[in-house]
Design a protein around this ligand. Structure first.
Ligand code: URA
Length: 211
């Protein structure tokens, strides 16, 4: 149903951790830790195509030519505020990544998202980008964030989310077919309030304990 650009994690650890995350009785502390851990696991998949080179290393037994990352420049871009919860997990896998931030508000009349804050590394156009947000609901914010990164000259953009609604994925595939989407799980539908069902509630509130 989705294109090959949509990568749904098919892994028992991700499935197990997402189930704990969804439980309304999971504490803020556990929720935060799980978001970070699942972020790490999805980063593993999202970095599968990183280019390698080789270097010579002297092991205790001999000299060997061994694989090493080719040093592709990288930036992780959380969509404020809930996306912040995923930054730590990405950085634990790719510690040298730069971090850009993007904040959006929704126009009350048109319901369109508008960028109110965008602070990126100077050389962002030369970097591979992973935009992170725990929830992909209608796809409006992710669409606006991807559009903003493209305006800034970025051409290798990925999106990482924990839970997606089919509606959000379909929207992004239409407007940004070039973007790879990495998803922990695809849920059933969006309800009339824009929440993903079964989902996990408001990810930002649960990460920051603001409910
Ligand atoms: N944002 C959330 O935090 N949760 C949803 O279910 C949808 C959007």
């Amino acid at each position: 149903m989705f294109s090959e650009k949509v990568h749904v994690m098919n892994h028992p650890l991700v499935a197990h951790k997402l189930t704990i995350l969804r439980d309304k009785n999971t504490s803020v502390k556990d929720f935060r830790e799980l978001v970070s851990e699942i972020g790490m696991l999805i980063t593993y998949e999202a970095t599968r195509d990183l280019p390698l080179t080789t270097k010579v290393v002297e092991t205790p037994l001999c000299k060997a030519e061994l694989p090493t990352l080719a040093g592709k420049k990288f930036a992780v871009v959380p969509i404020l505020r809930a996306g912040l919860g995923l930054v730590d997990g990405v950085l634990r896998m790719v510690p040298s990544a730069r971090v850009g931030h993007i904040g959006m508000f929704r126009d009350e009349e048109t319901l369109e998202p508008h960028v109110y804050f965008c602070k990126m590394p100077k050389d962002v156009a030369d970097r591979d980008i992973i935009i992170v947000d725990p929830m992909l609901a209608t796809g409006g914010s992710a669409d606006a964030a991807i559009t903003e990164m493209k305006k800034r000259g970025c051409h290798n953009i990925k999106l990482m989310v924990l839970v997606a609604a089919p509606e959000g994925i379909e929207h992004l595939q239409k407007v940004h077919p070039d973007v790879d989407i990495y998803v922990g799980a695809v849920d059933d539908h969006l309800n009339e309030h824009g929440y993903i069902v079964p989902g996990l509630g408001d990810a930002g509130d649960r990460i920051f304990g603001t409910k």
